[in-house]
Design a protein around this ligand. Structure first.
Ligand SMILES: [Fe+2]
Ligand SMILES: [Fe+2]
Length: 339
């Protein structure tokens, strides 16, 4: 869309005569909106809110699983889990960077997370009680994330859509490692099988809540769909996820904790039981089992990382100084010292 809106010599400010009409046309034509394009204020603020919440979820989501890195049962499992947790940090970085293209800053967004003014996904307020939880998170939580995020690869905002392409590839690895971990446990000893089943029992319903409230209660959904930020409703995506999981649970030799699950021939989908939305609301309000701990640890990590940010800023300032690009006396001295 950039070519339509920018570079018009007659428009001194680089803004077209009818910015809203141009924006609407671009959305209707399924074109991408880019950072320098004109966009309605509400479109911008909706994106900032959604991308920030997404970025926060990625970095808070590192905590429940990082809890198990030192206790992974083998070197192979430890390497896989470390790679996954590092991926989540990377996802946070792509998304904060993408959000910055809308005129906000990472500092501002982190500040809102730390002060509780912006949310992260409620799922990360549940504890990881056993090793099997690592498998259940990969299979169900990352699986739900993929179901949500694959359509975001076609989101109307270019930087968000492009960030999602790589994120989805990595999420797919996360989902598979979780499935494979659960399969190993399910086929293991009786105690291992029971541990896998217990983890699935605890993570199933919170995973369904990850798709957000039902469509008729979802405040922002309709407009986000008009703007093609969202492509499918919460309930549609939730149903898609249930339909994917039922045969996978069977392959795992595990059951899903819902007595009302049954194939509905006329709908061509699996029916499922009612979700406890009161629990969802309580966790969102801060009353989940781990809300306090997650935020406290996030704030601590931020404070403990202050020296890294200072050092990075000092290094960047040094490299931006005049004389950069020539060999400077100071550099030679430093080289000599470190050699
Ligand atoms: Fe992620
Ligand atoms: Fe993930």
């Amino acid at each position: 869309m950039t070519s339509v809106l920018l570079g018009e010599g007659a428009q001194a400010a680089g803004e077209p005569a009818e910015p809203l009409a141009a924006f609407d046309r671009a959305i209707a034509a399924d074109e991408r909106i880019e950072p320098r394009d004109w966009m309605p204020d509400d479109y911008r603020s909706t994106l900032v809110r959604q991308m920030a919440q997404h970025a926060h979820s990625e970095i808070i989501g590192m905590q429940p699983e990082a809890n198990w890195i030192t206790r992974a049962p083998s070197l192979r499992r430890k390497a896989i889990l470390m790679a996954k947790v590092q991926d989540e940090a990377g996802h946070g970085l792509y998304l904060y960077s993408a959000a910055e293209t809308l005129g906000t800053s990472r500092d501002e967004l982190l500040d809102k997370l730390h002060s509780g003014r912006q949310k992260y996904s409620s799922i990360f307020n549940y504890p990881t009680l056993t090793w099997a939880d690592v498998g259940a998170i990969g299979w169900l939580v990352d699986g739900a994330a993929i179901t949500n995020q694959v359509p975001l690869c076609r989101c109307s905002y270019g930087p968000y859509a492009r960030a999602m392409i790589r994120i989805c590839k990595e999420e797919s690895f996360h989902q598979r490692q979780g499935f494979e971990l659960l399969l190993a446990l399910s086929r293991g000893t009786e105690a291992q099988h029971a541990m896998a089943q217990d983890a699935v029992d605890r993570w199933w319903w919170p995973s369904l809540m990850m798709f957000g409230p039902p469509d008729d209660e979802s405040a922002h959904s309709a407009r986000s769909m008009e703007w093609k930020i969202k492509r499918h409703s919460n309930d549609e995506l939730r149903q898609r996820f249930v339909d994917i999981c039922v045969p996978q649970a069977e392959a795992l030799g595990l059951t899903l904790p819902d007595p009302e699950l049954s194939w509905n021939e006329s709908r061509g989908h699996w029916d499922f039981g009612p979700i406890d939305w009161e629990e969802f609301r309580q966790v969102l309000k801060g009353n989940g089992p781990c809300n306090e701990e997650r935020l406290r640890r996030r704030r601590e990590a931020h404070e403990n990382g202050a020296w890294v940010r200072d050092a990075a800023a000092a290094y960047a300032a040094k490299n931006a100084a005049p004389g950069r690009g020539r060999v400077r006396e100071q550099d030679l001295t430093e080289t000599a010292v470190s050699a």
